[in-house]
Design a protein around this ligand. Structure first.
Ligand code: C2O
Ligand code: CU
Length: 547
Protein backbone atom coordinates (compact mmCIF):
# COMPACT_ATOMS: atom_id res chain seq x y z
CA UNK A 1 0.00 0.00 0.00
CA UNK A 2 1.13 3.49 -0.81
CA UNK A 3 0.82 6.88 0.79
CA UNK A 4 -0.78 9.45 -1.49
CA UNK A 5 -0.21 13.05 -0.55
CA UNK A 6 -2.23 16.00 -1.69
CA UNK A 7 -1.85 19.66 -0.91
CA UNK A 8 -5.07 21.57 -1.42
CA UNK A 9 -5.72 25.25 -1.38
CA UNK A 10 -9.42 25.96 -0.91
CA UNK A 11 -10.64 29.38 -1.95
CA UNK A 12 -13.42 31.44 -3.49
CA UNK A 13 -13.05 32.49 -7.11
CA UNK A 14 -15.42 34.01 -9.64
CA UNK A 15 -16.58 31.37 -12.11
CA UNK A 16 -19.48 30.90 -14.51
CA UNK A 17 -20.26 27.17 -14.40
CA UNK A 18 -23.66 27.75 -16.01
CA UNK A 19 -22.65 31.00 -17.77
CA UNK A 20 -23.78 33.05 -14.75
CA UNK A 21 -20.91 34.58 -12.81
CA UNK A 22 -20.80 33.96 -9.06
CA UNK A 23 -18.38 32.99 -6.30
CA UNK A 24 -17.46 29.32 -6.46
CA UNK A 25 -15.25 27.39 -4.04
CA UNK A 26 -12.28 25.89 -5.86
CA UNK A 27 -9.57 23.43 -4.87
CA UNK A 28 -6.22 24.36 -6.41
CA UNK A 29 -8.18 26.49 -8.87
CA UNK A 30 -10.56 23.72 -9.90
CA UNK A 31 -14.27 23.09 -9.37
CA UNK A 32 -15.17 20.21 -9.14
CA UNK A 33 -11.96 19.52 -7.25
CA UNK A 34 -9.26 17.07 -8.35
CA UNK A 35 -10.15 13.36 -8.41
CA UNK A 36 -8.41 11.29 -5.75
CA UNK A 37 -7.06 8.11 -7.38
CA UNK A 38 -5.94 5.35 -5.07
CA UNK A 39 -5.74 1.63 -4.56
CA UNK A 40 -7.40 -0.34 -1.78
CA UNK A 41 -5.34 -0.08 1.40
CA UNK A 42 -3.60 3.17 0.46
CA UNK A 43 -3.29 6.01 2.93
CA UNK A 44 -4.56 9.37 1.75
CA UNK A 45 -3.01 12.48 3.23
CA UNK A 46 -4.67 15.78 2.37
CA UNK A 47 -3.07 18.92 3.70
CA UNK A 48 -5.81 21.48 3.39
CA UNK A 49 -5.19 25.19 3.52
CA UNK A 50 -8.29 27.28 4.16
CA UNK A 51 -7.96 30.36 1.94
CA UNK A 52 -11.67 31.21 2.03
CA UNK A 53 -10.73 34.39 3.93
CA UNK A 54 -13.97 34.76 5.88
CA UNK A 55 -15.37 31.24 6.21
CA UNK A 56 -14.48 28.10 8.09
CA UNK A 57 -14.30 24.80 6.25
CA UNK A 58 -14.25 21.00 6.76
CA UNK A 59 -14.21 18.21 4.15
CA UNK A 60 -16.00 14.89 4.46
CA UNK A 61 -14.80 11.74 2.63
CA UNK A 62 -18.18 10.39 1.67
CA UNK A 63 -18.32 6.58 1.68
CA UNK A 64 -14.91 6.11 3.32
CA UNK A 65 -15.53 4.43 6.66
CA UNK A 66 -12.62 5.99 8.60
CA UNK A 67 -11.93 2.82 10.55
CA UNK A 68 -9.71 3.86 13.45
CA UNK A 69 -9.73 7.53 12.38
CA UNK A 70 -13.25 8.82 13.14
CA UNK A 71 -11.80 12.28 13.87
CA UNK A 72 -10.83 12.62 10.19
CA UNK A 73 -14.38 12.08 8.91
CA UNK A 74 -14.55 15.81 8.24
CA UNK A 75 -17.97 16.47 9.74
CA UNK A 76 -17.83 19.80 11.49
CA UNK A 77 -19.80 19.68 14.75
CA UNK A 78 -19.56 15.88 14.96
CA UNK A 79 -15.94 14.87 14.40
CA UNK A 80 -13.85 18.02 14.37
CA UNK A 81 -13.68 21.73 15.04
CA UNK A 82 -13.92 23.83 11.88
CA UNK A 83 -10.75 24.76 10.03
CA UNK A 84 -10.40 28.51 10.48
CA UNK A 85 -9.50 30.89 7.65
CA UNK A 86 -5.75 30.83 7.15
CA UNK A 87 -5.30 27.52 9.00
CA UNK A 88 -3.92 24.31 7.54
CA UNK A 89 -5.40 20.98 8.63
CA UNK A 90 -4.16 17.52 7.64
CA UNK A 91 -6.57 14.67 6.99
CA UNK A 92 -5.02 11.21 7.03
CA UNK A 93 -7.04 8.04 6.46
CA UNK A 94 -6.99 4.65 4.75
CA UNK A 95 -9.23 3.80 1.80
CA UNK A 96 -10.13 0.27 2.83
CA UNK A 97 -12.55 -0.72 0.06
CA UNK A 98 -12.45 -0.47 -3.73
CA UNK A 99 -15.14 1.55 -5.48
CA UNK A 100 -16.48 4.98 -6.33
CA UNK A 101 -16.75 7.57 -3.58
CA UNK A 102 -17.04 11.32 -3.17
CA UNK A 103 -15.71 14.12 -1.06
CA UNK A 104 -17.43 17.37 -0.24
CA UNK A 105 -17.62 20.23 2.22
CA UNK A 106 -19.33 19.42 5.51
CA UNK A 107 -19.45 22.86 7.06
CA UNK A 108 -22.64 24.89 6.76
CA UNK A 109 -23.92 24.53 3.20
CA UNK A 110 -20.64 24.95 1.33
CA UNK A 111 -21.22 21.88 -0.81
CA UNK A 112 -23.73 24.08 -2.59
CA UNK A 113 -20.89 26.48 -3.51
CA UNK A 114 -19.06 23.79 -5.49
CA UNK A 115 -16.67 22.24 -2.97
CA UNK A 116 -16.76 18.60 -4.04
CA UNK A 117 -15.01 15.91 -6.08
CA UNK A 118 -14.62 12.16 -6.71
CA UNK A 119 -12.60 9.43 -5.08
CA UNK A 120 -11.81 6.34 -7.12
CA UNK A 121 -10.33 3.35 -5.32
CA UNK A 122 -8.96 0.51 -7.46
CA UNK A 123 -8.75 -3.14 -6.48
CA UNK A 124 -5.43 -4.57 -5.30
CA UNK A 125 -3.16 -5.82 -8.10
CA UNK A 126 -4.27 -9.16 -9.48
CA UNK A 127 -7.91 -8.85 -8.33
CA UNK A 128 -10.72 -8.17 -10.77
CA UNK A 129 -14.31 -6.98 -10.68
CA UNK A 130 -17.08 -9.25 -11.96
CA UNK A 131 -17.41 -7.13 -15.13
CA UNK A 132 -15.08 -5.77 -17.74
CA UNK A 133 -14.58 -2.59 -19.73
CA UNK A 134 -11.83 -0.88 -21.71
CA UNK A 135 -12.03 2.64 -20.30
CA UNK A 136 -12.97 4.14 -16.95
CA UNK A 137 -14.57 7.62 -16.65
CA UNK A 138 -16.10 9.63 -13.78
CA UNK A 139 -18.68 12.41 -13.75
CA UNK A 140 -20.48 14.27 -11.01
CA UNK A 141 -24.05 15.47 -11.44
CA UNK A 142 -25.16 18.47 -9.49
CA UNK A 143 -27.70 21.22 -9.25
CA UNK A 144 -26.75 24.88 -9.13
CA UNK A 145 -28.05 28.01 -7.48
CA UNK A 146 -27.09 31.60 -8.14
CA UNK A 147 -27.60 32.64 -4.54
CA UNK A 148 -24.65 32.31 -2.20
CA UNK A 149 -24.63 29.80 0.66
CA UNK A 150 -24.90 32.64 3.17
CA UNK A 151 -27.96 34.12 1.49
CA UNK A 152 -29.61 30.72 1.53
CA UNK A 153 -28.62 30.00 5.13
CA UNK A 154 -30.09 33.30 6.30
CA UNK A 155 -33.35 32.67 4.42
CA UNK A 156 -33.76 29.17 5.84
CA UNK A 157 -33.17 30.34 9.40
CA UNK A 158 -35.39 33.42 9.23
CA UNK A 159 -38.91 34.19 10.40
CA UNK A 160 -40.73 34.26 8.05
CA UNK A 161 -38.99 31.37 6.36
CA UNK A 162 -37.47 32.03 2.93
CA UNK A 163 -37.23 28.87 0.83
CA UNK A 164 -34.38 28.51 -1.73
CA UNK A 165 -36.87 27.53 -4.46
CA UNK A 166 -35.79 25.44 -7.46
CA UNK A 167 -32.18 25.37 -8.71
CA UNK A 168 -31.32 27.68 -11.62
CA UNK A 169 -29.56 24.93 -13.56
CA UNK A 170 -28.16 21.42 -13.49
CA UNK A 171 -24.46 20.76 -13.89
CA UNK A 172 -22.78 17.73 -15.43
CA UNK A 173 -19.14 17.55 -14.34
CA UNK A 174 -19.33 21.18 -13.21
CA UNK A 175 -20.86 22.61 -16.41
CA UNK A 176 -24.37 23.72 -17.24
CA UNK A 177 -26.22 26.33 -19.21
CA UNK A 178 -28.43 29.03 -17.76
CA UNK A 179 -30.52 30.96 -20.27
CA UNK A 180 -28.89 34.40 -20.27
CA UNK A 181 -31.85 35.94 -22.07
CA UNK A 182 -34.21 35.10 -19.22
CA UNK A 183 -35.12 37.73 -16.68
CA UNK A 184 -33.87 38.79 -14.20
CA UNK A 185 -30.39 37.96 -15.50
CA UNK A 186 -30.91 39.88 -18.72
CA UNK A 187 -28.91 43.04 -18.62
CA UNK A 188 -27.30 42.48 -15.22
CA UNK A 189 -23.93 41.87 -16.87
CA UNK A 190 -23.32 38.64 -14.96
CA UNK A 191 -24.51 36.19 -17.56
CA UNK A 192 -22.32 35.44 -20.55
CA UNK A 193 -23.58 32.68 -22.82
CA UNK A 194 -20.21 32.36 -24.53
CA UNK A 195 -18.09 32.04 -21.38
CA UNK A 196 -15.71 29.08 -21.82
CA UNK A 197 -16.64 27.94 -18.27
CA UNK A 198 -20.08 26.87 -19.50
CA UNK A 199 -19.36 25.08 -22.75
CA UNK A 200 -20.94 21.66 -22.25
CA UNK A 201 -18.93 18.80 -20.87
CA UNK A 202 -18.05 16.28 -23.58
CA UNK A 203 -17.29 12.65 -22.87
CA UNK A 204 -15.37 11.27 -25.83
CA UNK A 205 -15.77 7.60 -26.69
CA UNK A 206 -14.21 5.36 -29.31
CA UNK A 207 -16.89 3.61 -31.42
CA UNK A 208 -17.43 -0.03 -30.48
CA UNK A 209 -15.65 0.17 -27.11
CA UNK A 210 -17.13 -0.67 -23.70
CA UNK A 211 -16.92 2.04 -21.03
CA UNK A 212 -17.32 2.12 -17.30
CA UNK A 213 -18.91 5.38 -16.27
CA UNK A 214 -18.75 6.26 -12.59
CA UNK A 215 -21.50 8.65 -11.64
CA UNK A 216 -21.53 10.62 -8.42
CA UNK A 217 -24.41 12.74 -7.27
CA UNK A 218 -24.12 15.75 -5.04
CA UNK A 219 -27.05 18.06 -5.66
CA UNK A 220 -28.12 20.37 -2.89
CA UNK A 221 -31.78 19.63 -3.50
CA UNK A 222 -33.01 17.64 -6.45
CA UNK A 223 -33.20 13.94 -7.23
CA UNK A 224 -32.04 13.42 -10.80
CA UNK A 225 -32.40 11.09 -13.73
CA UNK A 226 -29.54 10.52 -16.16
CA UNK A 227 -30.04 9.39 -19.74
CA UNK A 228 -27.61 8.88 -22.58
CA UNK A 229 -29.58 9.20 -25.77
CA UNK A 230 -29.90 5.90 -27.65
CA UNK A 231 -27.72 3.95 -25.19
CA UNK A 232 -28.57 1.46 -22.49
CA UNK A 233 -26.68 1.43 -19.25
CA UNK A 234 -25.92 -1.70 -17.28
CA UNK A 235 -25.69 -0.92 -13.56
CA UNK A 236 -22.76 -2.81 -11.98
CA UNK A 237 -21.73 -0.90 -8.86
CA UNK A 238 -23.56 1.08 -6.20
CA UNK A 239 -21.75 2.95 -3.39
CA UNK A 240 -18.67 0.71 -3.73
CA UNK A 241 -20.55 -2.61 -3.89
CA UNK A 242 -20.97 -4.91 -6.88
CA UNK A 243 -24.54 -5.08 -8.12
CA UNK A 244 -26.18 -8.01 -9.89
CA UNK A 245 -26.20 -6.22 -13.27
CA UNK A 246 -29.45 -4.79 -14.60
CA UNK A 247 -30.10 -2.62 -17.62
CA UNK A 248 -31.74 0.81 -17.58
CA UNK A 249 -32.39 3.60 -20.04
CA UNK A 250 -32.84 6.16 -17.28
CA UNK A 251 -30.80 5.97 -14.12
CA UNK A 252 -32.37 7.64 -11.09
CA UNK A 253 -29.80 8.97 -8.67
CA UNK A 254 -30.20 10.65 -5.31
CA UNK A 255 -27.86 13.05 -3.62
CA UNK A 256 -24.95 11.18 -2.04
CA UNK A 257 -25.21 8.04 -4.17
CA UNK A 258 -22.61 6.74 -6.59
CA UNK A 259 -23.10 4.22 -9.39
CA UNK A 260 -20.98 2.61 -12.04
CA UNK A 261 -22.67 1.75 -15.30
CA UNK A 262 -21.29 -0.01 -18.35
CA UNK A 263 -22.04 1.59 -21.70
CA UNK A 264 -21.10 0.31 -25.10
CA UNK A 265 -20.46 2.91 -27.78
CA UNK A 266 -22.47 0.86 -30.27
CA UNK A 267 -24.64 3.46 -32.04
CA UNK A 268 -24.20 5.17 -35.40
CA UNK A 269 -20.68 6.63 -35.07
CA UNK A 270 -21.19 9.51 -37.52
CA UNK A 271 -22.75 11.79 -34.89
CA UNK A 272 -22.78 12.79 -31.23
CA UNK A 273 -25.50 12.03 -28.64
CA UNK A 274 -26.99 13.93 -25.70
CA UNK A 275 -26.30 13.06 -22.12
CA UNK A 276 -29.05 14.67 -20.10
CA UNK A 277 -29.90 15.01 -16.45
CA UNK A 278 -33.33 16.02 -15.29
CA UNK A 279 -34.95 16.82 -11.97
CA UNK A 280 -37.36 14.16 -10.74
CA UNK A 281 -39.70 13.99 -7.76
CA UNK A 282 -40.48 17.71 -7.73
CA UNK A 283 -42.50 20.02 -9.89
CA UNK A 284 -39.36 21.64 -11.10
CA UNK A 285 -38.86 24.57 -13.41
CA UNK A 286 -35.16 23.80 -13.77
CA UNK A 287 -34.09 23.09 -17.35
CA UNK A 288 -32.34 19.79 -18.07
CA UNK A 289 -28.58 19.55 -17.73
CA UNK A 290 -26.92 18.64 -21.00
CA UNK A 291 -23.55 17.19 -21.94
CA UNK A 292 -22.26 15.63 -25.14
CA UNK A 293 -21.57 11.93 -25.57
CA UNK A 294 -18.97 12.41 -28.26
CA UNK A 295 -18.17 9.65 -30.76
CA UNK A 296 -14.59 10.03 -31.87
CA UNK A 297 -13.62 11.55 -34.35
CA UNK A 298 -16.67 13.86 -34.43
CA UNK A 299 -15.95 17.28 -33.00
CA UNK A 300 -16.71 17.30 -29.23
CA UNK A 301 -18.49 20.67 -29.57
CA UNK A 302 -20.78 19.49 -32.34
CA UNK A 303 -24.35 19.35 -31.06
CA UNK A 304 -26.27 16.15 -31.70
CA UNK A 305 -28.83 16.56 -34.53
CA UNK A 306 -31.73 15.61 -32.25
CA UNK A 307 -33.85 17.18 -29.55
CA UNK A 308 -32.62 15.93 -26.14
CA UNK A 309 -34.76 13.04 -24.81
CA UNK A 310 -37.56 14.03 -22.44
CA UNK A 311 -37.60 10.91 -20.27
CA UNK A 312 -40.36 9.85 -17.85
CA UNK A 313 -42.54 12.43 -16.12
CA UNK A 314 -40.93 13.96 -13.10
CA UNK A 315 -43.75 13.01 -10.75
CA UNK A 316 -43.77 9.37 -11.81
CA UNK A 317 -42.78 7.48 -8.68
CA UNK A 318 -43.27 3.88 -9.82
CA UNK A 319 -40.12 3.56 -11.98
CA UNK A 320 -38.02 5.02 -9.18
CA UNK A 321 -39.29 2.54 -6.61
CA UNK A 322 -38.78 -0.23 -9.17
CA UNK A 323 -35.15 0.76 -9.57
CA UNK A 324 -34.61 0.84 -5.79
CA UNK A 325 -35.99 -2.68 -5.59
CA UNK A 326 -33.89 -3.90 -8.52
CA UNK A 327 -30.56 -3.20 -6.80
CA UNK A 328 -29.33 -6.50 -5.39
CA UNK A 329 -25.82 -7.48 -4.44
CA UNK A 330 -23.83 -9.45 -6.97
CA UNK A 331 -23.86 -13.14 -6.29
CA UNK A 332 -20.66 -14.29 -4.66
CA UNK A 333 -19.64 -10.78 -3.60
CA UNK A 334 -22.21 -10.25 -0.90
CA UNK A 335 -21.60 -10.33 2.77
CA UNK A 336 -24.96 -11.70 4.00
CA UNK A 337 -26.69 -9.73 6.76
CA UNK A 338 -27.08 -11.07 10.29
CA UNK A 339 -30.55 -12.56 10.57
CA UNK A 340 -31.84 -10.60 13.55
CA UNK A 341 -31.34 -7.16 15.05
CA UNK A 342 -30.53 -6.47 18.69
CA UNK A 343 -32.31 -3.12 18.53
CA UNK A 344 -34.76 -1.42 16.17
CA UNK A 345 -34.88 2.34 15.76
CA UNK A 346 -37.82 3.76 13.80
CA UNK A 347 -37.31 7.34 12.62
CA UNK A 348 -40.38 9.34 11.62
CA UNK A 349 -39.38 12.06 9.11
CA UNK A 350 -41.45 15.21 9.58
CA UNK A 351 -41.44 18.87 8.81
CA UNK A 352 -42.12 21.00 11.86
CA UNK A 353 -42.26 24.44 13.23
CA UNK A 354 -40.19 25.08 16.34
CA UNK A 355 -40.63 28.52 17.94
CA UNK A 356 -41.96 29.65 14.59
CA UNK A 357 -38.89 28.45 12.67
CA UNK A 358 -39.32 25.79 10.02
CA UNK A 359 -37.30 22.62 10.77
CA UNK A 360 -37.11 18.93 9.93
CA UNK A 361 -37.31 16.37 12.72
CA UNK A 362 -36.88 12.69 13.47
CA UNK A 363 -39.34 11.45 16.08
CA UNK A 364 -40.00 15.12 16.83
CA UNK A 365 -36.35 15.92 17.52
CA UNK A 366 -34.55 18.35 15.24
CA UNK A 367 -30.76 18.06 15.32
CA UNK A 368 -28.68 21.05 16.30
CA UNK A 369 -24.97 20.64 16.87
CA UNK A 370 -23.32 21.40 20.20
CA UNK A 371 -20.40 23.83 20.37
CA UNK A 372 -18.05 20.99 21.21
CA UNK A 373 -18.01 18.31 18.48
CA UNK A 374 -19.24 14.94 19.80
CA UNK A 375 -16.02 12.99 19.14
CA UNK A 376 -14.16 15.50 21.27
CA UNK A 377 -16.84 15.79 23.96
CA UNK A 378 -16.94 11.99 24.37
CA UNK A 379 -13.22 11.37 23.85
CA UNK A 380 -12.26 14.02 26.40
CA UNK A 381 -15.21 13.25 28.71
CA UNK A 382 -16.73 16.72 28.46
CA UNK A 383 -20.20 15.28 28.85
CA UNK A 384 -21.82 18.50 30.00
CA UNK A 385 -21.35 19.81 26.48
CA UNK A 386 -24.43 18.08 25.05
CA UNK A 387 -27.80 16.75 26.22
CA UNK A 388 -27.27 13.28 27.73
CA UNK A 389 -30.92 12.15 27.43
CA UNK A 390 -31.11 10.00 24.28
CA UNK A 391 -33.73 10.80 21.61
CA UNK A 392 -36.64 8.32 21.30
CA UNK A 393 -36.30 4.96 19.46
CA UNK A 394 -39.74 5.38 17.87
CA UNK A 395 -42.75 7.68 17.55
CA UNK A 396 -46.42 7.40 18.48
CA UNK A 397 -47.05 4.77 15.79
CA UNK A 398 -50.65 4.01 16.74
CA UNK A 399 -51.87 7.61 16.64
CA UNK A 400 -49.77 9.33 14.02
CA UNK A 401 -51.32 9.66 10.57
CA UNK A 402 -48.54 9.85 7.99
CA UNK A 403 -51.01 11.09 5.35
CA UNK A 404 -52.13 14.21 7.23
CA UNK A 405 -50.39 17.55 7.39
CA UNK A 406 -47.64 17.34 10.00
CA UNK A 407 -48.75 19.01 13.18
CA UNK A 408 -46.00 18.16 15.63
CA UNK A 409 -46.47 21.00 18.03
CA UNK A 410 -44.26 19.26 20.58
CA UNK A 411 -41.17 19.07 18.34
CA UNK A 412 -37.92 20.23 19.93
CA UNK A 413 -34.42 21.09 18.79
CA UNK A 414 -31.79 19.04 20.61
CA UNK A 415 -28.18 17.89 20.41
CA UNK A 416 -28.84 14.51 22.01
CA UNK A 417 -27.50 11.35 20.31
CA UNK A 418 -28.16 7.62 19.99
CA UNK A 419 -25.56 5.51 21.77
CA UNK A 420 -25.28 2.02 20.29
CA UNK A 421 -23.78 -0.90 22.10
CA UNK A 422 -20.55 -1.87 20.40
CA UNK A 423 -20.78 -4.68 17.85
CA UNK A 424 -24.56 -5.04 18.11
CA UNK A 425 -26.89 -5.29 15.13
CA UNK A 426 -29.18 -2.31 14.73
CA UNK A 427 -32.11 -1.92 12.35
CA UNK A 428 -32.99 1.58 11.29
CA UNK A 429 -36.40 2.12 9.76
CA UNK A 430 -36.93 5.41 7.98
CA UNK A 431 -40.59 6.37 7.92
CA UNK A 432 -41.78 9.09 5.57
CA UNK A 433 -44.86 11.24 6.14
CA UNK A 434 -46.76 14.24 4.88
CA UNK A 435 -44.99 17.60 5.07
CA UNK A 436 -46.65 20.78 6.33
CA UNK A 437 -48.26 21.14 2.88
CA UNK A 438 -51.39 19.12 2.09
CA UNK A 439 -50.88 16.03 -0.11
CA UNK A 440 -47.14 16.43 -0.15
CA UNK A 441 -44.40 14.01 0.88
CA UNK A 442 -40.89 14.32 -0.52
CA UNK A 443 -37.98 11.98 -1.25
CA UNK A 444 -35.13 12.07 1.27
CA UNK A 445 -31.77 10.50 0.42
CA UNK A 446 -30.32 9.25 3.73
CA UNK A 447 -26.57 8.91 4.16
CA UNK A 448 -24.73 7.16 7.00
CA UNK A 449 -21.16 8.02 7.91
CA UNK A 450 -18.68 5.35 9.04
CA UNK A 451 -20.65 2.32 7.78
CA UNK A 452 -22.21 0.53 4.90
CA UNK A 453 -25.69 -0.77 5.69
CA UNK A 454 -27.71 -3.61 4.24
CA UNK A 455 -30.81 -2.37 2.45
CA UNK A 456 -33.44 -4.83 3.65
CA UNK A 457 -36.42 -3.37 1.84
CA UNK A 458 -38.72 -0.56 0.81
CA UNK A 459 -42.42 -0.26 1.38
CA UNK A 460 -45.34 2.12 1.06
CA UNK A 461 -47.44 3.46 3.90
CA UNK A 462 -46.77 2.98 7.55
CA UNK A 463 -44.14 0.42 8.54
CA UNK A 464 -45.55 -2.46 10.57
CA UNK A 465 -43.07 -3.74 13.12
CA UNK A 466 -44.69 -7.18 13.18
CA UNK A 467 -45.44 -7.99 9.57
CA UNK A 468 -43.06 -5.95 7.44
CA UNK A 469 -39.79 -7.54 8.66
CA UNK A 470 -41.10 -10.83 7.24
CA UNK A 471 -40.72 -9.29 3.78
CA UNK A 472 -37.08 -8.31 4.25
CA UNK A 473 -34.54 -9.44 1.71
CA UNK A 474 -32.01 -11.38 3.81
CA UNK A 475 -30.62 -13.28 0.82
CA UNK A 476 -28.90 -10.73 -1.40
CA UNK A 477 -29.51 -7.20 -0.08
CA UNK A 478 -27.15 -4.60 -1.46
CA UNK A 479 -24.88 -2.73 0.92
CA UNK A 480 -24.83 1.03 0.47
CA UNK A 481 -24.08 4.21 2.37
CA UNK A 482 -26.91 6.32 0.87
CA UNK A 483 -30.46 5.26 0.19
CA UNK A 484 -33.69 7.00 -0.83
CA UNK A 485 -36.73 7.24 1.39
CA UNK A 486 -39.61 7.50 -1.06
CA UNK A 487 -42.73 9.67 -0.52
CA UNK A 488 -45.18 8.17 2.02
CA UNK A 489 -42.97 5.09 2.23
CA UNK A 490 -40.44 3.40 4.47
CA UNK A 491 -36.91 2.09 3.98
CA UNK A 492 -35.40 -0.57 6.26
CA UNK A 493 -31.64 -0.75 6.92
CA UNK A 494 -29.44 -3.00 9.05
CA UNK A 495 -26.01 -2.13 10.41
CA UNK A 496 -23.38 -3.67 12.59
CA UNK A 497 -22.23 -1.06 15.12
CA UNK A 498 -18.58 -2.06 14.89
CA UNK A 499 -16.76 1.15 13.97
CA UNK A 500 -15.66 3.06 17.07
CA UNK A 501 -16.57 6.71 16.68
CA UNK A 502 -19.43 9.16 16.36
CA UNK A 503 -21.28 9.13 13.08
CA UNK A 504 -23.79 11.39 11.42
CA UNK A 505 -26.82 9.85 9.70
CA UNK A 506 -28.73 12.46 7.77
CA UNK A 507 -30.76 13.52 4.78
CA UNK A 508 -28.28 14.43 2.05
CA UNK A 509 -30.38 17.32 0.81
CA UNK A 510 -28.20 20.20 1.92
CA UNK A 511 -31.17 22.31 3.05
CA UNK A 512 -32.92 19.56 4.97
CA UNK A 513 -29.78 18.69 6.91
CA UNK A 514 -29.22 22.36 7.63
CA UNK A 515 -32.76 22.45 9.03
CA UNK A 516 -32.06 19.63 11.46
CA UNK A 517 -32.76 16.50 9.42
CA UNK A 518 -30.27 14.12 10.93
CA UNK A 519 -29.34 12.02 13.93
CA UNK A 520 -26.00 11.01 15.42
CA UNK A 521 -24.86 7.54 16.48
CA UNK A 522 -22.04 6.72 18.87
CA UNK A 523 -20.47 3.31 19.31
CA UNK A 524 -17.31 2.01 20.97
CA UNK A 525 -15.89 5.46 21.68
CA UNK A 526 -14.04 4.04 24.70
CA UNK A 527 -11.97 1.87 22.35
CA UNK A 528 -10.29 4.82 20.72
CA UNK A 529 -6.90 6.09 21.69
CA UNK A 530 -5.96 9.72 22.11
CA UNK A 531 -7.59 12.21 19.81
CA UNK A 532 -5.25 14.20 17.60
CA UNK A 533 -5.09 17.70 19.04
CA UNK A 534 -5.53 19.18 15.55
CA UNK A 535 -9.27 18.39 15.63
CA UNK A 536 -9.77 20.43 18.83
CA UNK A 537 -9.77 24.12 19.62
CA UNK A 538 -13.47 25.01 19.70
CA UNK A 539 -16.27 24.82 22.26
CA UNK A 540 -15.13 23.43 25.60
CA UNK A 541 -11.64 22.84 24.15
CA UNK A 542 -11.06 26.46 23.17
CA UNK A 543 -8.18 26.76 25.58
CA UNK A 544 -6.55 23.51 24.42
CA UNK A 545 -3.31 23.99 22.66
CA UNK A 546 -3.45 23.82 18.88
CA UNK A 547 -0.26 22.82 17.09
CU1 C2O B 1 -22.06 13.26 1.90
CU2 C2O B 1 -22.71 13.83 5.82
O1 C2O B 1 -22.46 13.65 3.81
CU1 CU C 1 -34.59 15.43 3.17
Amino acid sequence: ARIRRYRWEVKYEYRSPDCYKKLVITINGRAPGPTILAQQGDTIVVELNNSLLTENVAIHWHGIRQIGTPWFDGTEGVTQCPILPGDTFTYKFVVDRPGTYLYHAHYGMQRQAGLYGSIRVALPDGEAEPFSYDYDRSIILNDWYHQSTSEQAVGLSSKPFVWVEEPQSLLIQGRGKFDCTSSPSIGDGLCNASSPDCSPYAMTVVPGKPYRLRIGRLPALAALRLEIEGHNMSVVEADGHNVEPFVVKNLFIYSGETYSVLIKADQNPSRNYWMSSKVVSRNSTTPNGLAIFNYYPNHPRRNPPTVPPAGPLSNDLAPRVAQSNAIKSHQGYALPPPLKPDRVIVLLNTQNEINGYKRWSLNNVSLKFPHTPYVIALGEKLLHSFDQTPPPDSYDVANYDIYSIANNTNAIASNSIYRLQFNTIVDIILQNANTMTADNSVTHPWHLHGHDFWVLGYGTGKFDVNSDPKKYNLVNPIMKNTVPLHPYGWTALRIRADNPGVWAFHCHIEYHFYMGMGVVFEEGIERLGRLPSSVMGCGATKAFHRP
